[in-house]
Ligand binder design. Structure first.
Ligand code: ZN
Length: 347
């Protein structure tokens, strides 16, 4: 076993399994050294120490501020390609063979960038990662607090890019800012052009945010969704309809989202509702969200889940679900072969 796949908590057998990562933001994966390189390119004074200080937050809104600052350094298509190569290397080191990368296209458009040019650069970088054994697909993400018109422009950009690698449309940002029903037409259009429908919900908002995402917008996979644990009937609905939650434990600690859901000033990883949600029969996938910004990686998240009391057999079932609920293009033979191999390896 190579040194980088050792773990104190998980067996070598588990660590050797291929993995899929379904909830990871490109902008949130920039390591401090890459942020410093971009800052130097644009004459923005900073240091690795300052980046690390910015990568610590007291609450969700402080995290959003850092996300905006890092995004402001992604100014040219080649910057996005650099970011993707940075993330790709991190994923390959984690045995990830398939990932769905969320691109904050809402922020690109706010900055008057060309989503098509940025995406072309990203796709070129993704091709070189594919030859290393990593297949990537992409999610075009709008920012909820920017409103429905801006969100529709993200769907329009996905349509203009005309790529089979864009598999879904999603909305992130501040879920308490604008009601879900305002985005009905946006999700209808996304579905009409063949995109899967995703949304961050029940991260800092209540269970009603999750219910509305499903019932008003037809959302197929929920980002976070930890608030579901507060509503037994919603837990039943998620289990019956097989709607997965993309669980990102370290993110929930670092943004204060878990403490908020629990009504506590602070929360520990052992208090996370993942075991309860999973054992209720709700599909879950384990993800990192913004790995650099939250000082985490996929292996650490499986260790976190183990600390919550989930046994390795349960973790294997969760790892398998990341392939089952992946939005893998049916025409993509390599992706399917890899997923199939991984799934059979997981038993
Ligand atoms: Zn996210």
């Amino acid at each position: 076993m190579s040194q980088e796949i050792q773990s104190r908590l998980l067996s070598g057998n588990f660590l050797a399994l291929p993995q899929a990562e379904l909830h990871v933001h490109l902008e949130g994966s920039l390591q401090p050294a890459t942020v410093c390189a971009l800052a130097a390119k644009y004459g923005v004074p900073t240091s690795a120490q300052e980046v690390l200080q910015r990568y610590a937050y007291r609450d969700f809104l402080e995290f959003i501020e850092t996300f905006k600052w890092v995004s402001s350094l992604l100014r040219a298509p080649e910057d996005f390609a650099l970011a993707l190569r940075d993330l790709g290397e991190q994923l390959l080191a984690q045995n990830v063979v398939y990932a769905e990368i969320t691109l904050s296209v809402g922020v690109m458009l706010l900055r008057h960038q060309s989503a098509e040019k940025n995406f072309d650069a990203v796709i070129a970088a993704a091709e070189s990662l594919r030859s290393c054994g990593l297949k990537l697909n992409f999610i075009f993400d709008a920012v909820r607090q920017f409103g429905s018109d801006a969100a529709m422009k993200v769907v329009d950009a996905a349509e203009r890019c005309r790529s089979k690698s864009i598999v879904a449309f999603g909305i992130g940002g501040d879920e308490l800012s604008i009601p879900a029903k305002e985005f009905r037409a946006v999700y209808e259009k996304a579905g009409a052009i063949g995109l899967h429908r995703l949304m961050h919900a029940g991260e800092v908002g209540g269970p009603e945010e999750i219910r509305e995402a499903i019932e008003l917008l037809g959302v197929e996979r929920i980002g976070h969704g930890i608030a579901a644990v507060r509503d037994p009937s919603l837990m039943d609905l998620l289990a019956q309809r097989r709607i997965p939650l993309e669980i990102c434990p370290q993110s929930n600690i670092r943004t204060g989202a878990l403490a908020k859901q629990l009504g506590l000033p602070a929360a520990q990883i052992e208090q996370h509702p993942l075991p309860k949600l999973f054992r209720h029969g709700i599909p879950v996938v384990l993800s990192t969200d913004d790995p650099a910004m939250f000082h985490t990686d996929l292996r650490s998240e499986y260790e976190n889940a183990h600390r919550m009391g989930l046994q390795e057999e349960e973790l294997k079932r969760i790892a398998k679900m990341s392939f089952e609920y992946a939005l893998i293009n049916q025409n993509d033979e390599i992706a399917i072969q890899r997923a199939g191999r991984a799934t059979s390896a997981l038993g």
